[in-house]
Design a protein around this ligand. Structure first.
Ligand code: ADP
Ligand code: MG
Length: 707
């Protein structure tokens, strides 16, 4: 029954089907696993005339008038709705949800539940209430007691009320044999987790909050446990394959290090040591599966380069994959500089061009080549290091003896892309070095990187100064510009980041108009604010050639100010840039802001980051303050996780983890327990004992894309 479509049980309109599909509710299972975001405590039903300040209450009333506007002084977006129930009228206000004015329809009845406030002038109002269309029968809603009301994640056109009705209906039809427990009983007992049947019931019809939470915990555990099983199973399979023995030629390695303009940091040396051990281990030769996690600017590229060098010295090939063309090109150039004297043959492959270095025609420069010769030179081993974007994964690209795969900014790739690249050899599995600067909480790392060994680059190159990060009020904008002017006059460069490329086509709303965009800002900055400087522009809609030209001019200092979207967010390295201005900062995630800020910590000059926001909610403020205060990316990541409430973790869809799963990540003990239990099963080959788990893993690992 769980896998049958919802339309078998409900008469659904075409519109309903579309909406249900949109949020992923197709089968009975989807519906039952669509958990409440939170529970509303029962609030007494009142007439508007009887309301008392500071008390929670429910009213059933008709909408008279709706209006979206900005508050007079703080310019906060609000929706104001006037309602009446015959005994009186009441004003309802939503802060930062101006669209509520469009969702609620005049002359329709709703039930609103929230706290009553009294203004200084004595006027009553309700703030940010929850609501449902029509009259709610509180007695029929939750099992026996009717005390807790489930509030589900909603979309336009799909209400909690309908979901409650639908789930109840399903529970009337379902039998115990439909609900097959997948967590082994010993594990349930050991961690005092409720059974599947109990949990499903308590999460949708809780008798009390404690039981609802226990149920949630069970589902959190289950999700993490399954991910761990998949990841560790994958690692085990990988480990069964032989890999390449890469001997370390210490002298040649040291000679290359000698040519660097800097000393390696202790952390870089340690990381290299780990990698070299994996290349040439004392025990059996398993393929390396290592994640190098280092804050932005900690110097991951050189570690990757030295690892590549070791592989090439052994006569093997290396593939280095980066998420953007700009970055691939940058790495290619860094490698040309670094390996200029070593006579290493390199190629660049992106979706728009192929390059080969060194070229016969021009000394010290790469040549453009066609695709066919590139493929030939990869297959016969003539090209030793291939750098590129995901163009590298194409079937056609075959190597002679690919022994090392490097994935830069690996969180930008799906696990499948990572796997594809490491499967390019038939018998032996190449070593994998994954790199990321996205500092993520330890619990998340343990979960989604369950198949990787973690190495931290927890030390910055010497002399790096902490970025002075400031939130700039609108009236101080000029000061920030003055500061940029000063920096440029003393020889530095600046980035200005905007959330969008151009004015949105249908941008008639105040919100869309106020959102800063690259094209308009570029015009304004180059003509009005900084006419004396050269101002360039970079965004994702430009042709690769144009992008490369702009990056080159910026790198060479011909452009003083680069106005860009977040395309520069990952990896771009122009050490002379020391100021970054971020417009509409609240539109970027904390991790993303941290990455952006990382663009200016690539030298020993004092770097600055100025944040402009378009809205000033308390949440925005807290997040911005976190950014100014966090010591490093890891601290910021932990903070980010803490800051998010229920329902707000959805932003992490990229990790392939649900809201409930994300909740587990706030609990290191639970994550470690799930990991431990999964390891026990995988290492001792016990999985066969649990056919239900295998079934779930198989269906899940197809649909899930981690990272
Ligand atoms: P990320 O870890 O963000 O990828 P990069 O590898 O791009 O960082 O390095 C950032 C900058 O720091 C580069 O200009 C690089 O040449 C420089 N760098 C790397 N290692 C060191 C070091 N040990 N000492 C000084 N500068 C370094
Ligand atoms: Mg990098």
């Amino acid at each position: 029954m769980l896998d049958s479509p919802l339309s078998n049980y409900f008469r659904l309109t075409q519109k309903q089907i579309v909406i249900l599909n949109k949020i992923g509710l197709k089968t009975v299972r989807d519906l039952l696993w669509h958990f409440p975001r939170y529970y509303e405590g029962f609030a007494g039903r009142k007439a508007i005339a009887d309301l008392i300040p500071d008390e929670r209450a429910s009213i059933h009333a008709r909408v008279i008038k709706t209006e979206a506007k900005k508050t007079f002084r703080k310019r906060i977006n609000i929706a104001k709705v006037l309602v009446s129930d015959g005994t009186g009228a009441l004003e309802i206000t939503w802060f930062n949800q101006p669209y509520m004015a469009a969702i609620l329809k005049p002359n329709q009845d709703y039930t609103f539940t929230g706290t009553i406030k009294r203004s200084k002038e004595g006027k009553f109002s309700m703030m940010n209430p929850v609501f449902e269309q029509g009259e709610v029968d509180f007695n029929s809603r939750t099992g026996e007691s009717g005390m807790l009301v489930c509030v589900y994640p909603e979309t336009r056109g799909l209400t909690s009320r309908w979901l409650r009705f639908a789930i109840k209906r399903i529970f009337e039809k379902i039998s115990d044999s439909d609900l097959i427990e997948i967590i082994p009983e010993e594990i349930l007992k050991k961690y005092k987790l409720p059974s599947l049947k109990t949990s499903l019931h308590e999460i949708h019809f809780p008798r009390d909050l404690k039981r609802a939470e226990a149920a949630r915990k069970r589902f959190s555990f289950e999700e993490i446990f399954l991910i761990q099983l998949i990841r560790q199973g994958y690692r085990k399979k990988r480990d069964e394959h032989p890999s390449f023995l890469i001997k370390i030629e210490k002298e040649k390695n040291d000679d290359l290090i000698e040519t660097l303009p800097f000393e390696l940091t202790g952390a870089q040396k340690k990381a290299l040591g780990r990698i070299f051990e994996d290349f040439n281990p004392t025990g059996g030769l398993k393929p390396m599966s290592r994640l190098l996690e280092g804050d932005v600017g900690s110097g991951k590229t050189i570690v990757a380069a030295l690892a590549s060098y070791a592989a090439v010295l052994n006569g093997f090939q290396v593939a280095y994959m980066a998420p953007t063309e700009v970055l691939a090109r940058q790495h290619f150039e860094e490698f040309m500089r670094l390996f200029g004297k070593q006579n290493i043959k390199m190629g660049l492959a992106t979706s728009s061009e192929f390059l080969k270095y060194p070229s016969k025609a021009f000394a010290g420069k790469p040549t453009h080549i066609a695709r066919a010769p590139l493929l030939k030179w990869l297959a016969n081993g003539e090209i030793e290091i291939l750098i590129g974007t995901h163009a590298l994964i194409q079937e056609k690209i075959k190597f002679k003896n690919l022994a090392l795969v490097i994935v830069d900014e690996q969180h930008r790739f799906g696990i499948n892309q990572r796997l594809k690249l490491t499967q390019k050899n038939s018998e032996k599995v190449p070593h994998l070095l994954s790199m990321t600067a996205t500092p993520i909480p330890r619990t998340l790392a343990l979960t989604i990187y369950g198949d990787l060994d973690l190495t931290l680059l927890d030390e910055m190159p010497p002399g790096r100064k902490k970025v002075i990060t400031e939130i700039i009020d609108p009236e101080r904008r000029e000061h920030a510009y003055e500061h940029v002017r000063k920096e440029i006059n003393s020889g530095r460069q600046a980035y200005v980041i905007c959330p969008r490329i151009e004015e949105s086509g249908n941008g008639t709303s105040a919100l869309a108009l106020s959102m800063k965009n690259v094209k308009t800002e570029h015009k304004k900055l180059s003509m009005e604010i900084f006419p004396e400087f050269s101002v360039g522009m970079l965004h994702g809609k430009m042709l690769p050639k144009e992008k490369e030209k702009i990056m080159k001019e910026f790198r060479e200092g011909k452009i003083n100010i680069l106005v860009a979207t977040s395309v520069i967010e990952v990896g771009v390295n122009v050490p002379n840039a020391t100021v970054i201005l971020i417009e509409g900062a609240e539109r970027f995630g904390l991790a993303q802001l941290h990455q952006l800020r990382g663009r200016v910590i690539r030298s020993t000059h004092q770097p600055y980051c100025f944040l402009f926001t378009e809205s000033v909610t308390q949440k925005t403020k807290t997040r911005m303050i976190a950014l100014t205060e966090a010591k490093n990316g890891f601290e910021l990541a932990e903070f980010d996780l803490e800051l998010r409430g229920p329902g707000e973790l959805t932003g992490d869809k990229q990790w392939g983890i649900s809201d409930v799963g994300m909740e587990a990540l706030k609990n290191i003990k639970m994550v470690e327990a799930a990991r431990e239990e999964a390891r026990n099963i995988i290492e001792n080959d016990l999985l066969e004992k649990y056919p239900e788990i295998i079934k779930r893993i198989n269906s899940q690992s197809q649909s899930l894309h981690f990272e």
